[in-house]
Structures are given as structure tokens and as C-alpha cells.
Design a protein around this ligand. Structure first.
Ligand code: ADP
Length: 185
């Protein structure tokens, strides 16, 4: 699914984020930045040890990464030149600021990309795996944050959501249709 928003192409697709050719891909990391399971593990495996080296240097400089914040490393062996690492919230019922923290994770990733002059970026579905954020709710926050940022900045050529499973893709597609009043898509 593709939608044009100003000069930006917003794309939702099923796929593996480690294979994307956007300038940057986003990693749903954890605060330690030391790798882990899920998409984090896949990115470190595909990108090689260079990424972890850079993550270690970042942690040595500024400590672990707070939830909602974002940092950048190179992409190692990936097609993407950069990896933006962000930490989504762990779901704990919805009354612990999870919505805003998830918004921050997307927003701060986009801000950092923009600051670095990166014009194309791929996102996974942050927090909806091991962190158990309900995916319908997460999809709406993700898409709204990205749409608003795209329209306000008119800077990116392409923003991609790379969903790992067909079912997740469908949830994002439906969330987009609701968000845009069922007109686009
Ligand atoms: P979190 O801890 O933020 O929940 P996870 O990695 O556990 O992160 O899950 C986030 C999402 O990433 C899940 O929907 C999972 O299916 C998806 N995912 C796992 N591997 C990949 C991959 N290679 N490319 C894209 N998405 C992936």
C-alpha cells in the first residue's frame, strides 16, 4: 500500500526490515543497546559486529538509552547506511504513559533522521512483539505520528513500515484507513 503525502511516499509492506534499501532502518532496541531477540537480533545478525561496537561506544558515553529516545549508528553490512536505535515502551496496561512513549520513539527517530539529512527510512512495528503493546493501538499511534511529522516537515522522500507478518500488515492497513477517513489507501 502506498500513499503520497506532499513530497513523501508513505508505504506499508510485508517484509524483512534487514533487507530494506532505505538510507536508514529503525531498530526496536532495548535500553541496554546490547542486542536482543526479535527485530533487534535480526538487525545485529544481518549488519555484523560493527553495529554493536558503535552501540557500546554510545552507552559508554551517555549510558543506557531511555524509553522513547533514539540514537544512530552506521548500518554495518546492511544495505541501509544507518540504523536508528529507539526503545519502545513495555506494555503494562496502558496507564503508565505507554502511548506517549511510543509516540516519542517514532517522533524522535524521525527527528534524528532529519537532523542527519536522511531522507528515506524504514520502521518495524515498535513494541508489538516482546514488549506486548496491543498492535491496533500501536499502529494508530505509529501512523498518526509519522503522518503528522511528514506533513509538517515535508522533508522525506519515503517512509516505509515493514511488517513482518501479513496479519500485522492488515492491522496497519486498517488503522491507516480509519485515520484517513477511509478515503486513501
Ligand atoms: P519489541 O521488543 O519492541 O516488542 P520485537 O522485536 O519483539 O520488539 O517485535 C517488534 C516487531 O518486529 C514484531 O511485530 C515482530 O514480528 C517484528 N519483527 C521481527 N523480526 C523482524 C524483521 N526481520 N523485520 C521486520 N520486523 C520484524
Amino acid at each position: 500500500m502506498e500513499v503520497r503525502l506532499g513530497s513523501t511516499l508513505l508505504r506499508l509492506m510485508v517484509g524483512d526490515i534487514t533487507q530494506q534499501d532505505t538510507e536508514a532502518i529503525v531498530n526496536a532496541a532495548n535500553s541496554s543497546l546490547m542486542g536482543g531477540g526479535g527485530v533487534d537480533g535480526a538487525i545485529h545478525r544481518a549488519g555484523g559486529p560493527q553495529i554493536l561496537e558503535e552501540c557500546k561506544q554510545i552507552v559508554a558515553r551517555q549510558g543506557s538509552l531511555p524509553t522513547g529516545q533514539a540514537v544512530i549508528t552506521t548500518g554495518g553490512k546492511l544495505k541501509a547506511r544507518y540504523v536508528i536505535h529507539t526503545v519502545g515502551p513495555i506494555w503494562s496496561g496502558g496507564n503508565r504513559g505507554e502511548d506517549e512513549l511510543l509516540h516519542n520513539a517514532y517522533y524522535n527517530s524521525l527527528s534524528l533522521a532529519r537532523e542527519k539529512g536522511i531522507r528515506s527510512i524504514s520502521f518495524p512495528s515498535i513494541s508489538t512483539g516482546a514488549y506486548r503493546f496491543p498492535i491496533e493501538r500501536a499502529a494508530t499511534i505509529a501512523l498518526k505520528t509519522v503522518r503528522d511529522f511528514i506533513l509538517e516537515n515535508n522533508f522525506f522522500t519515503e517512509v516505509r513500515f515493514v511488517l513482518f507478518r501479513e496479519d500485522d500488515f492488515k492491522v496497519y492497513q486498517r488503522a491507516w484507513e480509519k485515520l484517513s477517513g477511509g478515503i486513501e489507501g
